[in-house]
Each structure stands twice: as structure tokens, then as C-alpha cells.
Ligand binder design. Structure first.
Ligand SMILES: Cc1cc2nc3c(=O)[nH]c(=O)nc-3n(C[C@H](O)[C@H](O)[C@H](O)COP(=O)(O)OP(=O)(O)OC[C@H]3O[C@@H](n4cnc5c(N)ncnc54)[C@H](O)[C@@H]3O)c2cc1C
Ligand code: FES
Ligand code: FES
Length: 1333
């Protein structure tokens, strides 16, 4: 029997439908059809986990109900026939009760912007469904494939580890100890409701029918695709015969990506998931036979089970598979991705194929035609890039993975940009069978296979090397020969996709050296290893496999002042006001707003050339496509409005010339997102290419700069440089950084029928700027445009200026069509058009004395500003002003150049120019320390500024806490003793090196443009006593609404739950400054204070007259007495304003200080690194809300780790961004945070210039991640010393695994031929450009 309907349960509700398109994903079904918007779309490519939901099904071959987490963005709806789906809405809500996974992430402060929160909650939910009492390790693993851009992961882990018994005991101990330390904990364990597994949704009994019924065949016919689910092998093979080009879909983690991102269309899909033969697990005499549909999670289970039950020697390949699967994608992908899917995709960077080749695994191949074919997997299986020798009608039925024999050894290796959940740069499977020669007391190689991924267009066997080794003695001489042979076996082509050619060529022999050491240490005990193999024990450091220690976090802060009013939440770790809603999926973001009935979706028509004249635009074909309504371009804008309404002169729609790939040319309006985006790509544009400049180097050569340059001069730099005892001249680059806010740029423009009014719902950090630009573009006064912002799913500066063009374009479309227009960018579009943090280049000369005291600094800073000036000028200004952090240099000359290039305009990002410039200063200090032979601490202490020093911008240093935070972090981190331990470790480990670095920082808080330093608020009290607070700041996860509610409640003297903030709205508070620069609490908080004080004073007489009454009575009395219960508040930062021309005036209001010590360990053979521990001491004044402040410190620090060590953008020579999603662009994951992460807020340090004595904290700790960068540099220095290299070397940011490995010069790097290397390097620079400059 063949069915044509899908039966699926969602949150206990049954849906039976025959109206399904096979291309629908579960996510589109949930969000678009069922209007369940709690599940979020972030990347659409399985790389972030935000869309995680739980699927439950009766597994007929495992004979049990299984629950597993999946990425709903990649899960085809059709594959879910007869399953039950649970989404965030199905487990708890605000109205009834939160599920513990929702409550704990919220109460532990693990939800900031909240866009990732439902995904984390569902990953944790899946774990608990399978294992109600998980260990801490299992919880870490369950959270490890969900990304978060805000929190730094610590609070999420903290909240979820409360599900493990061991963690709860420790936490209780900390809580008890905290009482004696006079500190508090961020949350109270006893407030968490207990987890009761018996309360979970039951598995729908109807779905148990699959247990007793034969498999039903399915055939779902859509408009452009047909989906088959055959019920027997025979049916499958016949279908494959009939439709040889059909794709088999098991997990859809390859096919889904091909369809979505590579534009491939498959008219026929066959899903073999229910075929018994493809689900077998059979133990044979030779190994284990595994059905092709077995998922990677199941494969892991099977391998582990065998490892537990069989003798160790038999399961060495299995152990390597288990180790590889640890680093293979995330658990959502492993839960659905299949072994055959991985093999047949034939990706050159498949993680399983090198292991299967090296182990001589066997494939059982079937077709309708002939007999079962058996094939040993070797290089002949792969016939080309993503091609195999399978005939179109053949399928893989099963795979046999052989046991290893007694003297056979097997290991797998993988190096990726990010250790966990990342695709491979190079991987390998290595197998050697040895024969003991008892007479000569040595081992001879009897058989050997070395297989590699990432070294050719296919997974290959290094045949010459493998064959050569057979018959040789197993000794240390092998490694030198293998280095030479591998280069010949795998002569990476110059044009190898993915670049990193030299690194890859070095990784392959580095893996072999590891393999050699691993096998040798298995053969012999470490005591005798040196005697027999000549291997020094310190070399065994290369043989250990990375083990992740359990994560530990600790936070210490002052207890809230007891003298405060009882109900006041001031200075307490109050939970983010939206956290609960975010955790239940009820928080509404821009794209969660219900669709208007006549709404249109805008797809962007973007330039495909980096610099060109537009010859013609032809949208005829596009507007005749299904669902398309209209095209909107420059001709639809009122004359004179196309240029000038977006600040700094950029056009809304390009007219004559495009200046980057991704330049906005027009919009296609259609009924759905897919139709609009598809048609937008069909608009034909003819270009006439013009010369392209992409990098800073090219811009300098062409003198392509925006004017004016920024500069500052103090003292006599030339003279002091000449007089200095020592000088260093150098160059240094810091790469850009993608904001990667989880919610992409989104807006809805809603035209009104009267007076040209327009309402804009936008995910902007700058509602007033959006309002102003939209009004100008529409040719109406600002009072006709209202911009409304409920919340943002992260901003980090990227939604200040760069969201405005999208809002303006949508408003023009809405004005033209008189219909609501929604525009929500896909992740790849967002990443490729909205700009990033500016890449910087620094050229400097610094003069100093023998004792390390710096006399003079001369520096040129270049930023890659992109195709418009945007806020680059302001960013550069801040780089120049803040670059010296908390150091004093008496003579300074700095000039900043804004490079005009043909990449999308770069823009503000958390720190606004300071993180790049401060890292340059820290690098200079580090090099000075080395040159003077003094410690890194000495060079920093000796140059630290003091009160009454005058900065290079002529502001006197006051109330400096630089020394206080530095001293405290030295003490807290046990810096001196750990430094000695690091040195001791490095002496006995040749291939693993540790580094420890200490960094203090002073981060000035203020907008440099004086007019921005103001804030407004409107506070209204209603007669029932409830308070409505409006202000100019936007909530993007940073807790602004929470802190402002705390201020309001404190000043009015009402409980905080009486205060509500609906949204930020330009009709409540006009002319607000953008929410940025760590000072939104100061500006808006000052205004709230001002308004609340007025209201408090107005109500005071009624309070005095009725002391026994309550708030509601006083409000009512005041109202009856005709008192105005609404007040408007205003605040401006006093005595501020800097004049660049005269280098005078006050730049900042105050400085937030912090200091950090980070210790890291690198693997000098691969460049892999991990952070062992970070201690941060921060001066936040008197914290308004320690939980929010700690959250900002941790979140910014982890973002800084990304900036300085991980995140790297690549573009093609034509200017096309290659890193446009989480698959290629790596933000920190759980695996990148410090293993021990300790935060201390400096006590007793009120800030007299901040609101309620607090300090702004959104940005400052980001720069402290430079301690991680510098610790890496110190570890590399130690590695280089072992190879005899003592000279200083240049390490640019980010310190990626590639840069680390390349800097750890050793016999392998030197042996890879220099000439080839140089040629390749040149070519490589031509074929991929890393935007480090
Ligand atoms: C976010 C993400 C991370 C990833 N990380 C990794 C990683 O770290 N390492 C890695 O190696 N891969 C990774 N992948 C790739 C992918 O997950 C794996 O290759 C997975 O094993 C594919 O299995 P699938 O069932 O999802 O394949 P599908 O997409 O369902 O199918 C893939 C291909 O296999 C064919 N096929 C499937 N079964 C059979 C069969 N029995 N006989 C013949 N042909 C068959 C299909 O026709 C199709 O061409 C990642 C993918 C994503 C989306
Ligand atoms: S949105 Fe599905 S994994 Fe990112
Ligand atoms: S809270 Fe995780 S992405 Fe914002």
C-alpha cells in the first residue's frame, strides 16, 4: 500500500496532511504553517542549533521509542511521517508553567538576546528525555553544538548543570562559602522547580502502530518534486533504476545544503530510512557490518559497545571512529546523518572516509540489476571531486568495518578551524601492522595505509608513502622520510580550494609524527621508549589525545547593600526581564510578528560585481515569476531623495555604479520569502567592470582613502625616538569580525492611509536614525514616521548604521505599493552585505629605555572601511584616542587612514575601534618586554598610567583603578606561581606548550561626538499604580530594559514588577542616540532617574499624608488631586566635548578598568589550542545588576576570543565573500571558552560619574581577550625556542590554528620545501584573501 499523506504530531496535536511540498523543512512548517515562531531560523544550514526541536518515534529496528534532537531547518517534513515533534512551545509556557529546562536557563541568566535560547532548551530537553539524570560531561556534550553569540556559554552551562547531582552539591557548597566571603551567588538553587520526568508529553499511542504494521510506502507529489519512501529493498532498487538521478535522503545534511545553498534541484527524492537491510548491525568474524542508513549517533553507540565488549586490540579502528565522531558536526547532525550519506557524498573532507580507507572497510553495493557487489574501500572508489564509482542505479546497502589484529595499530586525526562542530582542514586515518623481530628487538612494518582528507579533491591513500614503509623498521628515522614522501604523494595544487596550502602540507607529516609517537608509546612503556626508539619522553606530549576537563565557573561580587528598601531589586542579580519569555519562545522578534493579510516580502537585488558601471537592469523575467508583484528601484524614489537620506552620502539603490559585491540595486516584492529571493536572483544586470581594490595594502598603493584623515600629536616624537636607548619598528594586522548577531537584519514597513504616515518595525539599534532616514527618503517630515523596536536578537553595533538601508528600501517599497513590506535577510545575505568590524593594519615605531619605559610612539593606523564611509571616521577616532588603554606614553604621533575599498562597508562593532588598537599596543609592549629582557608584568607595570598623568588627548587621568585591578588579578589568579608552573611544563613537553599572559585595560566610556551623549525617557503612572516606562535605548540582550526597570522601581519605591517597558518607540522619546558604546544605561538611566524623581516628588505629599497607605493609594490620591502622573526625563553627560583640531576638551566621562590573566595550551604540531583558565577582575563601579554585568563581561570576553583567535573572513580575488555562514565562519563555541572561567567584580569602588555609582560594561572586557592572544604568543615562543629560534616574530590577529602552527617552526615546517612554499604562497594569496587587512 502506498500512502500520500503525512501524519505527524506536533506538541501532542495531530496533523494529517496531503498538502505538503517535499521541499518543506520542518522549520518552515512550524513557523509558516503552524505559526509556532518559538523555533528560530538563524543559519538554515545546520550550523548553529537555534532551530533545534525534538523528534520522537518508535524505531522499528531498535524496537523502542527514541527521542532525538534535530535541526529543524534541515529536516524535510516528509521524513517525519509517523513521528511526534516537540517544540519549545510544547514543553512549557508563561501562562501555565515553565519546563525546568526553560526555567533554569532563564534563572541562571543564560538568556541575553534570547534568540539561541529555545534551541539550547530543546537540546537539553532531548538529553533529559533519554537520560533524566545526566552527568556534567553529558550536559556539556548536549549543549556543545548550539551556538550563542551573547552569553559566553558559562551561565547556560551553569543553569543546565543543575540537572546533574554532582554539580548541585558543589554549587550548594559555593553558596554556603559565599556567605562567609560576603559575596552572593548569581542565582538561588532553591528557586528552581524540580525536574519530574513523569510529567513529559506522552508518546502518541497512535504512533505505536508502526510497531505492529508493515512499513508503508509513501509517495508525496509536490509542484516541482516527488518524495518516495519505499518499504522494501526491492522497491528501493526499482525506484533507483527508474530514477537513476534521484537522490537518496537519510539525514538530508548534505542534500539539504546542496539544494539550499548550491541551487541544485532534485525532482525525485527517495528516502530509504525504513528499509530493513539498510538498518542492520551484524557482528561477523571479520568485523561489524553496518547498514547504510545507520546514523552517526548509532554508529558511535555500536562502536562503543564493541569497545566495551571486545579485546582492546580488535577495536582500534572503532576507537579511532569514536574519537573522530567526537569532533564530527554537532549532535543534531549526527542524530540524523548516515554513514552511507557520508561515504557517497565523497567530500574530500569527509571525516569517516579516511578511516574507512585506512581500515580497508568493505562496501556492500546493490542494484536492481545484479548481485550484491563487495568492494574494499580504496582510492578507486572515489573517481573525482564528490564522485564515486557507484553506478547511478546502485546503492550502498551496508559497510563492514574490520577488526584490527594483535599487532595492528590505528589512529585517526582531524584538524579544523574550531575544534568542535567544524569541518576538516586536513584529516587522516593511519593503520600500521607490525611484526616483532625478537632477535633485533625491533618492529618491522608488515602492512600500512595512510589515508588523508583535505589533501586532494578526493580522500586519498598516500600510496607511495604507505608502500615504501612496508618492510621498513619502525623507528624515528621514518618521520624524516615520510615528510619527503608525503609531499610527493600529495603535491597540493596551487589552486586548491580552501587555501591554507602550506599549512595543510605541514599538517599531513605532523599527523604522521603524532601517529609514530602514539604507536610507539603503545608498543613500549614510556621508561623504555627512549632506550629502544630513541624517543625523548618529552616527545610523548604529541601522543596524547585532547581531553576536555569539566568546565568550572566562578563569580564573585559585592553583596547588595542591606540598607536599601526591602522591595528594591537594585544591585541584586535580578533576572533579565524577558528571559522567561525568551526561554519559552513567547518573546516576539521582528520576523515573529504575524503576517499582514496583504503583506509583501522584499528580496534584495544585489550587485554581483565588486566595482562596475551599471549598464542595464532588466527585471522583466523576474517580475513574471510565480508570486512576484513588483520591482522597486531608484526610479521609485522621489527626485533628490536617493542620495543623502542615509548618512554619509550613500545611495539607497545604486544607480550608475556599484562599489562592492552585495551593493543594493533594487527590490523584488513577492508573496513569500522564497519567491521574492528566487526572483531577485533572476534580475539581469549588465556591468562594465572597473578596477577593484579589496585590501588595505592595495588601498595604500592606490592612495584610496576617505578624507579627512584623523590624527593626534603630543610631545616631540621624532626627538624622543632618537634619544631612546632602544627602538622597535613593526607592522601588525588585526582581522575583521562578523557581528553574527543571531537575528538577521529584519524590518516590516507598514504604510498608513493618512498624511504619508509610515510605521517601521525594525531590529535596529538606532530607531531615531532609522526614522530620520526613512522620513527623508519618503520626502515626509520625521513626525510622519514612527520606528518601533521590541527587542533585537543581538546587535553588537551591526544593527546601528547597516540596518538603516534595508529599512529605508522597504519603506520606499511600502510607499510605492501601499502594502506592508517585510524584509528579513537570510544569514548568507546578511553576512555578505552588512559589513563587519574593520580590519586594521598598524605601522609603528616605538622608542624606549633599557628598563622598558616607553618614551615615544609613532604609529599609522589603516582601517579597511569598505565601499562607504559609514561610521569609519568615528571608529578610527576612537582607535586613536583609546589605543594606549591604561598606559602612559608622553610623546605620541598617530595618524589614522580610512581605506576606501570595494568590500561592503565596514561598521561599528562592540568596542568601536578600541579592540584592534589596544591589541596593537599590547603586542608592542610584549615585544618591548622581550627586547629588554624583562617580564611581561614588569613592562606593563612600569608603563601603567597614574593619576594626574596627562593622556595623549590631553585629559588628566583621575580615579584610575588600573593598578588596583592589576594587583587583584595577580593575587586572584596566583599569577606568579602559575607562571613558574607553565615554565616547568614547557621544559618537559616538546610538542605541547603553555603560555600565560596578563593584561590590564582601561576602556573610556562616552560617545566621542558630543551630541550623542544625551538620553531621554518618558515615565507614566496609571491609576492602578502600574508604571509604563519608555526610553530611547533598545534591548538587544544586554539587559538595558532590566537595569532601567530596576532604576525606575528603586526611585519610585515600587516593586519592579509594577514597571513595564513595551518597546522602544520614536513617538514616545524623540531624537534618541543609538544604543551603543557601553553607555546606554548611563544615558537612558540618567533620563529615567530624572523623570522618576519628578514623579516621586509629585507623589511625595500623598505618601506623607498617608504613611500607612500603599503605592496604589498614593497614586490614586494624586490622580484625584489632578497631579500629572507622566514625566519626561532628560540627561546629558556633563562637561564633555573634545576638539580634534586643538587636541583639547574632555573625551570621556570615566574609564572602566579590568585586568585578565589567561593560560592556554597549544599543540605545536597542529596549531590547536585551548584555554585552560582565565581570571578577570573588573571595576564596574557599584554594579546595578551583578548578573547582567557578569554576563556582559563573559559574553564580551568570549567574543574577544573569537576576534583575536578564531574568526576569519575570506574573500575571493573578485571580492566575493566566501565565509557566509557558520559552516565557514567560526564563532566561539562551548569548546572555545576557558576551562576555568573566574570573574571578580572589584568591591568598594563607587563611580561618582556614573548612574547610581555604576560603570558601563558592555564592551570593556572584550579587549581583555588579548590575554588569550598573548598567551598563545608566549606558548609559540617556547615552541620556537625548542627548535633553536630565539628571535622575535610577528603574530597577526587572529591567532588561528594555521597561524599558530606556521609560527611554531620545527623540522617539519623547515623540511616542506621552501621554494615550492614560496610559489604556492604567492598563488594562494591570489586565490583566497584572508581579510586580515
Ligand atoms: C552542520 C553540518 C556539519 C557537518 N559536519 C561534518 C563533519 O564534521 N564531518 C563530515 O565528514 N561531514 C560533516 N557534515 C556532512 C554530513 O553531515 C555527513 O556527510 C552525513 O554523514 C551525511 O549523511 P546524510 O544521511 O545526512 O546524507 P544525505 O544528505 O541524506 O545524503 C547524502 C548523499 O548520500 C547519498 N546516499 C545516502 N545514502 C545512500 C546509500 N545507502 N546508498 C547510496 N547513496 C546514498 C545520497 O544520494 C546523497 O547524495 C556536516 C553537515 C552539516 C550540515
Ligand atoms: S537555523 Fe538551523 S541550525 Fe542554524
Ligand atoms: S543569548 Fe544566545 S545568541 Fe543571544
Amino acid at each position: 500500500m502506498t500512502g500520500s499523506k503525512i501524519l505527524i504530531y506536533v506538541n501532542g496535536v495531530k496533523y494529517v496532511t496531503d498538502n505538503v511540498q517535499p521541499e518543506w523543512t520542518l522549520l518552515s512548517f512550524l513557523r509558516d504553517q503552524l505559526k509556532l515562531t518559538g523555533t528560530k531560523l538563524v543559519c538554515g544550514e545546520g550550523g548553529c542549533g537555534a532551530c533545534t526541536v525534538v523528534v520522537s518515534k518508535y524505531h522499528r529496528y531498535e524496537k523502542k521509542i527514541i527521542h532525538y534532537a534535530v535541526n529543524s531547518c534541515l529536516t524535510p517534513l516528509c521524513i517525519l511521517h509517523h513521528t511526534a515533534v516537540t517544540t519549545i512551545e510544547g514543553i512549557g509556557n508563561m501562562e501555565s508553567k515553565l519546563h525546568p529546562v526553560q526555567e533554569r536557563i532563564a534563572k541562571a541568566h543564560g538568556s541575553q538576546c534570547g534568540f539561541c535560547t529555545p534551541g539550547f532548551a530543546m537540546s537539553m530537553y532531548a538529553l533529559l528525555r533519554n537520560n533524566p539524570e545526566p552527568t556534567e560531561e553529558e550536559i556539556e556534550e548536549a549543549c556543545s553544538s548550539n551556538l550563542c553569540r551573547c552569553t559566553g556559554y558559562r551561565p547556560i552551562l551553569d543553569g543546565y548543570k543543575t540537572f546533574s547531582k554532582s554539580y548541585c552539591c558543589q554549587k550548594e557548597k559555593i553558596e554556603t562559602e559565599s556567605q562567609t566571603l560576603k559575596v552572593s551567588t548569581l542565582y538561588n538553587l532553591s528557586s528552581f522547580s524540580a525536574y519530574d520526568p513523569s510529567q513529559e508529553l506522552i508518546f502518541p499511542p497512535e504512533l505505536m502502530i508502526t510497531r505492529d504494521m508493515p512499513v508503508e510506502s509513501l509517495r508525496i507529489v509536490g509542484n516541482t518534486m516527488t518524495w518516495f519512501r519505499p518499504s522494501s529493498l526491492e522497491e528501493l532498487l526499482l525506484l533507483k533504476k527508474k530514477y537513476p538521478r534521484a537522490k537518496l535522503v537519510v539525514g538530508n545534511t548534505e542534500v539539504g545544503i546542496e539544494m539550499k545553498f548550491k541551487g541544485l534541484h532534485y525532482p525525485v527524492i527517495i528516502s530509504p530510512t525504513e528499509i530493513p537491510e539498510l538498518n542492520i548491525v551484524k557482528h561477523t568474524a571479520e568485523g561489524i557490518e553496518i547498514g547504510g542508513c545507520i546514523t552517526l549517533t548509532k554508529l558511535n553507540e555500536i562502536m562503543n559497545d564493541a569497545i566495551d565488549k571486545l579485546p582492546e586490540y580488535k577495536t582500534r579502528t572503532f576507537a579511532a571512529i569514536v574519537e573522530m565522531l567526537r569532533w564530527f558536526a554537532g549532535h543534531q547532525v549526527r542524530n540524523v546523518g548516515s554513514i552511507a550519506g557520508n561515504i557517497v557524498t565523497a567530500s574530500p573532507i569527509s571525516d569517516l572516509n579516511p578511516l574507512l580507507l585506512a581500515s580497508k572497510s568493505r562496501l556492500y553495493i546493490q542494484s536492481a540489476e545484479g548481485k550484491k557487489k563487495i568492494m574494499i574501500m580504496d582510492e578507486s572508489f572515489f573517481t573525482g571531486y564528490r564522485k564515486t564509482c557507484l553506478k547511478p542505479d546502485e546503492i550502498i546497502e551496508s559497510i563492514l568495518i574490520p577488526y584490527t589484529s594483535q599487532n595492528e595499530y590505528f589512529h585517526g586525526f582531524k584538524q579544523a578551524r574550531r575544534r568542535s562542530d567544524d569541518i576538516t582542514i586536513v584529516n587522516a586515518g593511519m593503520r600500521v601492522a607490525l611484526e616483532k623481530n625478537s632477535l633485533r628487538c625491533n618492529y618491522i612494518i608488515r602492512d600500512c595505509t595512510l589515508s588523508f582528507g583535505g589533501m586532494a579533491p578526493i580522500t586519498i591513500i598516500a600510496r607511495k608513502t604507505s608502500d615504501f614503509l612496508v618492510g621498513r623498521e619502525w623507528n624515528e628515522n621514518l618521520t624524516d622520510i615520510v615528510i619527503q614522501l608525503l609531499s610527493k604523494d600529495m603535491p597540493l595544487a596551487f589552486s586548491t580550494p580552501g587555501g591554507m596550502v602550506e599549512y595543510r602540507k605541514i599538517l599531513a607529516p605532523s599527523f604522521f609524527l603524532k601517529f609514530y609517537l602514539m604507536v610507539s608509546s603503545q608498543l613500549l612503556s614510556s621508561e623504555v621508549i627512549e632506550t629502544y626508539c630513541g624517543i625523548p619522553p618529552s616527545y610523548l606530549s604529541a601522543a596524547s589525545v585532547f581531553k576536555h576537563n569539566r568546565f568550572q565557573g566562578y563569580q564573585e561580587f559585592e553583596k547588595s547593600d542591606c540598607s536599601q528598601q526591602e522591595h528594591s531589586s537594585m544591585r541584586k542579580p535580578m533576572v533579565h526581564t524577558s528571559a522567561m519569555k525568551q526561554a519559552t519562545g513567547e518573546a516576539i522578534y521582528c520576523d515573529d510578528m504575524p503576517k499582514y493579510s496583504n503583506e509583501l516580502f522584499a528580496g534584495l537585488v544585489l550587485s554581483t560585481n565588486a566595482h562596475a558601471k551599471i549598464r542595464s537592469i532588466n527585471y522583466e523575467d523576474a517580475i513574471s515569476m510565480p508570486g512576484v508583484y513588483d520591482y522597486v528601484g531608484a526610479n521609485d524614489i522621489k527626485p533628490g531623495c536617493n542620495r543623502g537620506c542615509i548618512e554619509y552620502g550613500e545611495e539607497i539603490f545604486a544607480t550608475e555604479e556599484v562599489t562592492c559585491i552585495g551593493h543594493l540595486i533594487g527590490l523584488i516584492l513577492a508573496d513569500t520569502r522564497d519567491n521574492a529571493n528566487r526572483a531577485a536572483k533572476a534580475v539581469q544586470i549588465e556591468y562594465e567592470d572597473l578596477p577593484v581594490i579589496l585590501t588595505i595594502e592595495k588601498a595604500i598603493a592606490a592612495e584610496s582613502f576617505y578624507s579627512p584623515t584623523r590624527q593626534i600629536r603630543k610631545g616631540d616624537v621624532e626627538r624622543e625616538l632618537t634619544l631612546s636607548q632602544k627602538t622597535i619598528e613593526g607592522e601588525f594586522t588585526v582581522g575583521g569580525q562578523e557581528h553574527f548577531y543571531f537575528e538577521t537584519q529584519s524590518c516590516v514597513a507598514l504604510p498608513k492611509a493618512e498624511s504619508g504616515e509610515m510605521e517601521i518595525f525594525s531590529s535596529t539599534q538606532d530607531p531615531s536614525g532609522t526614522q530620520k532616514s526613512v522620513a527623508k527618503a519618503l520626502g515626509v517630515p520625521s513626525n510622519r514616521v514612527i520606528c518601533r523596536v521590541k527587542r533585537l536578537g543581538g546587535g553588537f553595533g551591526g544593527k546601528d548604521m547597516r540596518g538603516i538601508p534595508i529599512a529605508v528600501a522597504s519603506a520606499i517599497a511600502a510607499q510605492k505599493t501601499k502594502r506592508p513590506v517585510r524584509c528579513v535577510l537570510d544569514r548568507d545575505t546578511d553576512m555578505s552585505i552588512t559589513g563587519t568590524r574593520h580590519p586594521y593594519m598598524f605601522k609603528y615605531k616605538v622608542g624606549f629605555n633599557n628598563d622598558g619605559v616607553i618614551n615615544a610612539l609613532k604609529m599609522k593606523m589603516y582601517s579597511n572601511s569598505g565601499n562607504t564611509r559609514d561610521v569609519s571616521h568615528g571608529v578610527m577616532g576612537r582607535s586613536i584616542l583609546t589605543c594606549l588603554s591604561c598606559y602612559h606614553i608622553p610623546n605620541v604621533e598617530i595618524i589614522g587612514y580610512l581605506c576606501k575599498t570595494n568590500i561592503p562597508s565596514n561598521t561599528g562593532f562592540r568596542g568601536f575601534g578600541s579592540p584592534q588598537a589596544m591589541l596593537a599596543t599590547e603586542t608592542i609592549l610584549t615585544d618591548i618586554g622581550i627586547k629588554c629582557g624583562i617580564t611581561q608584568l614588569q613592562v606593563r607595570e612600569i608603563n601603567l598610567h597614574r593619576n594626574n598623568d596627562v593622556t595623549h588627548y590631553n585629559q588628566t587621568v583621575e580615579d584610575s583603578r588600573a593598578r588596583a585591578v592589576l594587583n587583584e588579578v595577580i593575587k586572584r589568579s596566583c599569577y606568579e606561581s602559575r607562571k613558574l608552573e607553565v615554565e616547568a611544563f614547557n621544559k618537559v613537553n616538546r610538542w605541547k606548550k603553555r603560555g600565560i599572559a596578563i593584561v590590564p585595560a582601561g576602556f573610556p566610556v562616552s560617545f566621542t561626538s558630543k551630541y550623542n551623549n544625551q538620553g531621554g525617557a518618558l515615565v507614566m503612572i496609571y491609576t492602578d499604580g502600574s508604571v509604563l516606562l519608555s526610553h530611547g535605548g533598545t534591548e538587544m540582550g544586554q539587559g538595558l530594559y532590566t537595569k532601567l526597570s530596576q532604576i525606575c522601581s528603586h526611585v519610585l519605591g515600587v516593586p519592579v514588577d509594577k514597571v513595564h517597558i513595551v518597546e522602544t518607540n520614536t513617538s514616545s522619546v524623540p531624537n534618541a542616540s543609538p544604543t551603543a558604546g557601553s553607555l546606554s544605561t548611563d544615558l537612558n538611566g540618567g533620563a529615567v532617574l530624572n523623570a522618576c524623581e519628578q514623579l516621586r516628588d509629585r507623589i511625595a505629599p500623598y505618601r506623607a499624608a498617608n504613611l500607612k497607605g500603599k503605592w496604589e493609594d498614593w497614586v490614586k490620591a494624586a490622580y484625584t488631586d489632578r497631579v500629572n502622573l507622566s514625566a519626561n526625563g532628560f540627561y546629558r553627560v556633563p562637561n564633555i566635548g573634545y576638539n580634534w583640531n586643538e587636541n583639547s576638551g574632555r573625551v570621556y566621562n570615566y574609564v572602566t578598568y579590568g585586568a585578565a590573566v589567561s593560560e592556554i595550551e597549544i599543540d605545536s604540531l597542529t596549531g590547536d589550542y585551548h584555554i585552560l583558565r582565565t581570571d578577570i577582575v573588573m571595576d564596574v563601579g557599584k554594579s546595578l545588576n551583578p548578573a547582567i554585568d557578569v554576563g556582559q563581561i563573559e559574553g564580551a570576553f568570549v567574543q574577544g576570543i573569537g576576534l583575536y583567535t578564531l574568526e576569519e573572513q575570506c574573500i575571493s580575488p573578485s571580492g566575493y565573500l566566501l565565509t557566509r555562514g557558520p559552516a565557514t565562519y567560526k564563532i566561539p563555541s562551548l569548546s572555545n571558552i576557558p576551562n576555568k572561567f573566574y570573574i571578580y567584580l572589584l568591591p568598594n569602588v563607587p563611580n561618582k560619574r556614573g548612574i547610581f555609582s555604576s560603570k558601563g560594561i558592555g564592551e570593556p572586557s572584550l579587549v581583555l581577550a588579548s590575554s588569550v592572544f598573548l598567551a598563545i604568543k608566549y606558548a609559540i615562543i617556547a615552541a620556537r625556542k625548542d627548535s633553536g629560534f630565539h628571535k622575535m616574530f610577528r603574530l597577526d590577529s587572529p591567532a588561528t590554528c594555521e597561524r599558530i602552527r606556521m609560527a611554531c617552526t620545527d623540522q617539519i615546517t623547515m623540511a616542506v620545501t621552501t621554494i615550492t612554499y614560496l610559489i604556492m604562497h604567492e598563488f594562494y594569496n591570489e586565490s583566497i584573501i584572508i581579510i586580515s587587512s
